[in-house]
Design a protein around this ligand. Sequence first.
Ligand SMILES: CC(C)[C@H](C(=O)O)[C@@H](O)C(=O)O
Ligand code: SF4
Length: 467
Amino acid sequence: MIKTLYDKLWDSHVVRADEDGTTVLYIDRHLVHEVTSPQAFDGLRAANRKLWRTSANLAVADHNVPTTDRKGGIADPTSRLQVETLDANAKSYGLTYFNMNDRRQGIVHVIGPEQGATLPGMTVVCGDSHTSTHGAFGCLAHGIGTSEVEHVLATQTLLARKSKSMLVQVDGALPAGVTAKDIVLAVIGKIGTAGGTGYAIEFGGSTIRALSMEGRMTICNMAIEAGARAGMVAVDDTTIDYVKGRPYSPAGPHWDQAVAYWRTLHSDPGAQFDMVVTLNAAEVRPQVTWGTSPEMVTSVDGRVPDPDQEKDAVRRDAMEKALTYMNLKPNTPIEDIRIDKVFIGSCTNSRIEDLRAAAAVVRGKQRASNVRLALVVPGSGLVKEQAEREGLDKIFKDAGFEWREPGCSMCLAMNADRLEPGERCASTSNRNFEGRQGQGGRTHLVSPAMAAAAGIAGHFVDVRALR
Ligand SMILES: CC(C)[C@H](C(=O)O)[C@@H](O)C(=O)O
Ligand code: SF4
């Protein structure tokens, strides 16, 4: 039978399927962080239930951790309580846990792949919407709610219904200065934040095949911003080379068996999708969001749109509201937008390749005087170490950028890193919602190179012109 990658991943995890489509799916890997797990553990305790398979879980503290010196602990009482609760739960349930001071600690979606805890063919869940990231490995990976976290802890299964399938086919060579982030923002600009609702998206085509695992993770990370709970990419040599030799990857004879299976993890020729979207990579330019939703995006050589030109009344209202919040005037060239802060980090763009791309732009230059703060936050302790071995920390610091400890940081204002009301930020994260980076803060989503370039110029600039 001809199957999509999604069909293969789904079918191989069905424990039981009812006539109405309700399915019990086996879960191979459960990632846990401090925000969505406390009530789940409380529930287990109250029902006196144990973990079904302790070794399937990997826990890490990421959202609430400080990115400055951690010796003094966490100042904010709410953040401290969340992290200490995970410390205690991990201990009492015997979970593998990277605490705040472990050198392997980092953002859950960075450390899973880095450790080989995310492997091709797995079902991967976490109480976090950006779990779609892991689909880059040819996994079925998506976020779950806190009650489902409890269910997975207790049973290692999930009640699920199969989604429809969408293929996003991206072909052609990426122009210089255009990155995976720009592709996924362009896709969201094209299909909208509801475009993928009800679908599992497979990203395919020659452009995706040519991307590194880091780039594929950036794309799958934002599948959820396109409305799809899961994004995925077929397994190929790039996947297998990345996975090889990681701490939790199979080794010895198991490795060869695993690779033989993993090589089957692609959509069969002629497989049918419920919907196909195509994108020509040659036409993608560096993207900048101008509004309060990731679909409110244009290219750096474009202008802030004019609501008067929008015929649809609902869209016009949303545009007007967004422009008021963002304090932007219609028709302003994107390059004229001045920024106050830069954030290079998050599970979208905090891996080594992202930091290299940003460092290449700032090398030998200085942060603009109107840019109050430029944060560089590696996705994990191991990314940080690697970057330091390459001297990237020095490049950033010499340019007046701050080099921090790993965590979610200014992606969302759950820790000490945030925007002040009215501040405008060039950010490599994935959400530009109102107040996302701090109450009244204004977020423009961009690639790492674009964020770095804005930090140097003090306003958005086209990175293609820097070459
Ligand atoms: C805190 C967590 C539940 C949330 C998510 O699910 O994505 C966060 O990571 C985010 O990015 O908004
Ligand atoms: S980095 Fe941002 S998007 Fe990713 S898990 Fe943390 S808060 Fe969520």
